[in-house]
Structures are given as structure tokens and as C-alpha cells.
Design a protein around this ligand. Structure first.
Ligand SMILES: Cc1ncc(COP(=O)(O)O)c(C=O)c1O
Length: 438
């Protein structure tokens, strides 16, 4: 059989059948709210965004990165090595330093923590590590118990993997251990205990609720997970990315520090919020059992996160630039947190049914509005808030998919990007919008 040119043109111009995507891609619709917020911001640059979880633009460490680069360039062989591929597990000097810093912050030795540097894995942001953990632990239908509310990107990851995010009742100290115990008993009774693979907890200044798990509850969580792990292995994923951003009170040792065998808690951390999300260096301290599977999967995905960024971050730490920067950041964000809380208190203090949590750090204030106010993108408040000049994150996207019937009357305010003056104006705009719908 032979084709002439006209036949070929005809064949190539014919429309093909639609793409046949994987089930996972179909589940990965992403959180529509993120694109909606982005579209609204782009369409109206005057809007004050109390929505994006970005860090303060003016505080990004321009000068410190320049100093680190200059130091690196004075050592051409190290600079060349930085421009080469690295290893899947990450840059050794950086891994050593992050482990030492964790030990120091927790006041523990490596032996007390059952930890060694070979368990430290560097990733492209903590988000990559969260994804990898989901990927190696979860089959479709597996369950992760999540604080309610939780970090919505991780909820999206679980959805993408076909896993079930199930809400654990939470209070101003994070997820309630008794509620977890009750849920696990429920799954044991209905034969689904084996499907519960992990509990996800953001241990410091949670995104979005701003809660920090107190020491006693940390110990209870570890005890509980270890107890249930005798029947069916469970991990506690501790997301500690906001730990250094504490503006009030004193630091609490990590949940990981209470797992002396190091076989239960997966510690997840990052330099995004405390240095630069553009550099995007995250890391984790993993139980030994998970190290092989995570590295095998990471090897398939990228066989090493960007090496240059890791060497840069290591240089920043070696030169002592990081701690000075975090110190300065704390001052800036303390003022912004104060501005947010003062504005919220002034604007909503007298409004029946409005409550908020007072975080000691982080980047978020979580607001509860009267029961009848739907804060969602299709509800009456969202468009009115935009018309008044402010964007927020509707609380609905922060609640795990199960059980159905997510609360509709919450919203998250982020104070990372706006100035104190913009925060005040933004909260006032929100107040005007709320008064139109209550
Ligand atoms: C709780 C929490 N964990 C993880 C991340 C991911 O940060 P990165 O991947 O930049 O380290 C974020 C980002 O907003 C977050 O809020």
C-alpha cells in the first residue's frame, strides 16, 4: 500500500481521539480555589490578598544570597560540583547540618533520637517529601487521618493518590488524641484498620488554623500511634515547616524527639518559609524502614533535587547568615501578626458568632464566622469581599474530604505578603463584606 502526499495531509489533519489519562491524573484536578484566587488577583491588582501563603517579598534574602554566592565562587571546585548533578538523597554537608540543628533545637543527642545522617533526605521543598511519602505508603482507598482543618495542598495530594483524607476532631491544640483513638477503634471494628496508614499533623503554627501541639499532647500522640502500630503499622507525619517562625512563647521539642526508636514519626521540614521558597529546599528525617522505598521512588522522579540550591543553602548556614535572617523575619512577622489580630479584634470583636485563634507564630489567622455565612467561592461573601477589595482563602478547602458536610463558615487570613497597613485595610474590607451577609 502506498500513500501520496494528499493522503498523508488528510490523515495528519484528522482530529485524534481524546487523551486517555490515568486515573491519578483524573483525580489530580488540583484545588480549584488556588486558580480562582490567582485569577482574581491578576484581574484586579488593587485587591489586598490575605489569601496567598507567600512570604514577605521585601524580606527575601537578596543580600545574603549574594554573599553566599560570592563565598561559593571563591571556591571554584565546590562551585563546579554544585553545578553538577548531586545524589538522590541530597548534599552531605547540608544533611549533616540540618540534623545537627534539629538535635540542638530539641536538646537531644543523635543516639537519644535514634537518628543518623543517612536518614536525612533532601527534597525540592517539603511538598515533594509529602508527595513521596504518600506515594510509597498509600494505595487507592488507604486512609490518612488529618487534623481538621489541614494544609490543603496535602489534602490535594491524598486525593490525587486516590487515598482517603479523614478528619480528626481538633481543638486549639491540634488533633485530639482521644478522637484519633476512637476513629482507630471504629476502623478496627469495621475491619479497615489495615487501611489506615498515617496521621498527618502540622506541629507548629499550623496552616491554616495556627495551632501548635503542646508537649503533653505530642507525647500522647506518639504513645497512641506506637500502641496502634503493634496491631497495624502506622506513621505520624510531623510537618514542622513553620517551627522557627515563633513570635511569642517558647519553643517546644519536636514530636520526632519523643520517638526515641525513630520508627514512628516522619519529620518533615523546609527552608521555604524561613529563607526562600524560590530556593525550595526541604528535607526530612525518615524512619529506616521508609528510607529505601522513598529513595527508590525519588530516584525515578529526579535522582536528586537541584544540587545547586542545596549547596547554596549549606553555604548560607555555614556562614551563619540563616539564623540572623530568621531573627529579623520574626520581628517583621510579629508586627504583622499583631496588626492582623488588632484589626480582627477591632472589626469583629463585637460580632456575634465570630471567633478566631491567636497563634504564637506562623503566617495565618483562622476565622470562624456565624454559622449561616458561607465563605465558599460560590457563597455570597466571597464576591462581596472581592468587591470591597480583599481576598481570603475559603475554609472549605482546608477540611478533609471525609466525613461529608464540611463546615462552610471558616476562612483563612494570611499575613505574609501584605504590609501592616494593607492588613488593616484588608480586614476592614472583610468586615464591610461580612456585614452585608450576616
Ligand atoms: C504546612 C505546610 N507544609 C508544607 C508546605 C510546603 O512548602 P515547601 O514545599 O515550599 O517546603 C507548606 C507551604 O505552604 C505548608 O504550609
Amino acid at each position: 500500500m502506498s500513500y501520496n502526499n494528499a493522503d498523508l495531509t488528510d490523515l495528519t489533519n484528522r482530529p485524534t481521539a481524546p487523551a486517555r489519562l490515568s486515573h491519578r491524573a483524573a483525580c489530580a484536578g488540583g484545588e480549584p480555589i488556588a486558580s480562582l484566587l490567582m485569577a482574581r488577583s491578576l484581574a484586579n491588582p488593587q485587591l489586598i490578598s490575605l489569601a496567598a501563603g507567600f512570604v514577605d517579598q521585601q524580606q527575601l534574602p537578596l543580600e545574603l544570597v549574594r554573599q553566599a554566592m560570592e563565598a561559593l565562587w571563591r571556591d571554584p571546585s565546590r562551585a563546579r560540583a554544585a553545578l553538577q548533578y548531586g545524589t538522590t538523597v541530597g548534599y552531605p554537608a547540608l544533611r549533616e547540618m540540618v540534623l545537627q540543628r534539629l538535635l540542638q533545637a530539641d536538646g537531644c543527642s543523635a543516639a537519644q533520637l535514634g537518628a543518623s545522617v543517612d536518614q536525612v533526605v533532601v527534597t525540592a521543598g517539603s511538598n515533594q517529601l509529602l508527595f513521596l511519602l504518600g506515594d510509597v505508603l498509600l494505595d487507592p482507598g488507604d486512609i490518612v487521618l488529618c487534623a481538621s482543618p489541614s494544609y490543603f495542598v496535602f489534602l490535594g495530594t491524598l486525593k490525587n493518590l486516590g487515598a482517603r483524607a479523614v478528619a480528626v476532631a481538633s481543638d486549639r491544640h491540634g488533633p485530639i488524641p482521644e478522637a484519633i483513638d476512637e476513629l482507630l477503634r471504629h476502623y478496627q471494628t469495621n475491619g479497615q484498620l489495615g487501611r489506615v496508614k498515617a496521621i498527618y499533623v502540622c506541629s507548629y503554627f499550623d496552616n491554616p488554623a495556627g495551632t501548635t501541639v503542646p508537649h503533653r499532647r505530642r507525647a500522647e500522640l506518639v504513645e497512641l500511634v506506637k500502641r496502634w502500630s503493634r496491631r497495624s503499622k502506622l506513621y505520624l507525619i510531623e510537618d514542622a515547616v513553620y517551627r522557627p517562625l515563633r513570635y511569642y512563647g517558647s519553643d517546644t521539642p519536636s514530636i520526632r524527639s519523643l520517638d526515641s526508636a525513630g520508627d514512628t514519626v516522619i519529620h518533615v521540614d523546609s527552608f521555604s518559609k524561613t529563607f526562600s521558597p524560590g530556593v525550595r529546599v526541604g528535607w526530612g528525617l525518615l524512619p529506616r524502614q521508609l528510607l529505601g522505598p522513598v529513595l527508590a521512588e525519588k530516584g525515578n522522579i529526579d535522582f536528586g533535587s537541584p544540587n545547586f540550591n542545596q549547596v547554596l543553602m549549606a553555604t548560607v548556614l555555614e556562614l551563619g547568615l540563616y539564623d540572623r535572617h530568621v531573627h529579623q523575619l520574626r520581628d517583621t512577622y510579629r508586627q504583622k501578626l499583631d496588626a492582623t489580630l488588632q484589626a480582627v479584634s477591632r472589626c469583629f470583636g463585637e460580632t456575634d458568632g465570630v471567633q478566631w485563634l491567636t497563634p504564637e507564630g506562623g503566617l495565618y489567622v483562622w476565622l470562624r464566622l456565624p454559622e449561616n455565612v458561607d465563605t465558599g467561592p460560590d457563597g455570597p461573601l466571597f464576591d462581596r469581599a472581592v468587591a470591597e477589595g480583599v481576598l481570603y482563602v475559603p475554609g472549605q478547602c482546608c477540611f478533609p474530604a471525609e466525613p461529608a458536610g464540611k463546615p462552610k463558615n471558616f476562612l483563612r487570613l494570611s499575613f505574609g505578603i501584605p504590609t501592616c497597613e494593607e492588613i488593616t485595610r484588608g480586614v476592614e474590607a472583610l468586615r464591610r463584606a461580612v456585614s452585608q451577609v450576616v
